[in-house]
Design a protein around this ligand. Sequence first.
Ligand code: FAD
Length: 291
Amino acid sequence: MNWPKNLKVKAKEPLRNKTTFRIGGVAQYFSEPKNYSQLRGLVIASKTSRLPILILGGGSNLLIRDGLLRGLTIKLNSIPFKRISRKGNCITAGSQVMLGALIKFANQQSLSGLEFLSGIPGSFGGALAMNAGCWGTELGSLVKEVEIMDYNGKISILKSKDIRFSYRDSSIQKYIILSGTIRLKSRSKIKIRDKINNYLNLRRKSQDLTYPNAGSIFRNPDKESAGRLIDLCGLKGSHVGQAYVSSRHANFILNRGSARAVDVLKLMQLVENKVKSKYGIVLQPEIKIWR
Ligand SMILES: Cc1cc2nc3c(=O)[nH]c(=O)nc-3n(C[C@H](O)[C@H](O)[C@H](O)COP(=O)(O)OP(=O)(O)OC[C@H]3O[C@@H](n4cnc5c(N)ncnc54)[C@H](O)[C@@H]3O)c2cc1C
């Protein structure tokens, strides 16, 4: 493939260390555009060559296949995608601002509302795409507007009324999210800090961070907890190769060394089969799987 000269595109870039799972092969093509114009150039060149585009955020909700991942993987890792600013009670942040940095900025500005996301390791763009949530609150509820680029390279601003957010899903997943604006509430820094610490403590108690993982593997079925069902099937500690169902949080799969994507997929299948045969419930993956 001949890429336009101004675009820096690498071939066969390893992806494993760009994910929290530490699993995955190599991207056929990989690029970190320096600005919107380079991103548009990549989008148009890929479209012309019918090459799929994959947008990588913090890589914290992803299982990437072993071997060669076809297409162009793009990471929005440069300054224009990491800007953050305040206007009134709103914060606008680029998609590659990490959630931890966003929460810290909001705290410094005495703006409250994001604390529930404390401890989630993703980027703002990934969290918008996934409508990340916890403790009964979702990021989508704070959104004022989102700046997106479509796969023809056209940039638009979508107002919250034009975006559908649902459980770990959003209608903006089909675009490249460039930045987003959220509405927060004014509050004292100390109260915000207390809330952050509370949420971090709850997380420490409930999650298993002893080995690389991608957070919850399956979505919670209606009025049920996927972790509870997996636990009731006696699956804690089950493993395929180095991929283990966590003994602490049954909806977490841990990479205890050199797990491959195929190991995780086989383990997921085993979990799905057991839960289906015991409870008649078909578990759906929450993580995104790039095959
Ligand atoms: C220990 C741990 C705990 C977690 N806890 C939670 C939790 O409590 N609640 C929760 O909701 N999630 C949780 N997660 C999952 C994950 O952190 C979130 O879903 C996060 O929002 C994903 O962001 P990311 O940047 O890492 O996205 P990635 O994993 O990089 O990508 C996820 C999806 O979003 C898409 N995407 C990423 N960036 C963009 C963009 N700019 N434009 C368009 N699409 C994009 C990707 O293409 C992919 O489809 C947890 C994960 C871990 C490892």
